[in-house]
Design a protein around this ligand. Sequence first.
Ligand code: SF4
Length: 105
Amino acid sequence: MKMQRRNFLKTGSFAIASLAFASRAVAQQKPAQLDEKDAQAQALGYRNDAAQVDKKKFANWQTGQTCANCAQYQGKPSDASGPCAIFPGKQVSAKGWCSVWQKKA
Ligand code: SF4
């Protein structure tokens, strides 16, 4: 009986440690990069490179507007990509743009 309890405690401790490690690894994973072919991305004219924006279709785009200086961008200015409030769970390119762009305050 004593041996069973010891084994149970060992196994349980190992399982808890494994779960803690796995959940930390998941938390540290960066979300996937937003695909330009994503339906919402296409509807909003998102491009990974603002220079590639369809200027005829999205005439509101102006030189200098990028995700990095958009109010919706949640990454650091030095990051190559970061989260965006419009595309939850995805990373957008700091050099990107979409028609929701609004100047960061
Ligand atoms: Fe980039 Fe702003 Fe559009 Fe998000 S809302 S994709 S940060 S331009």
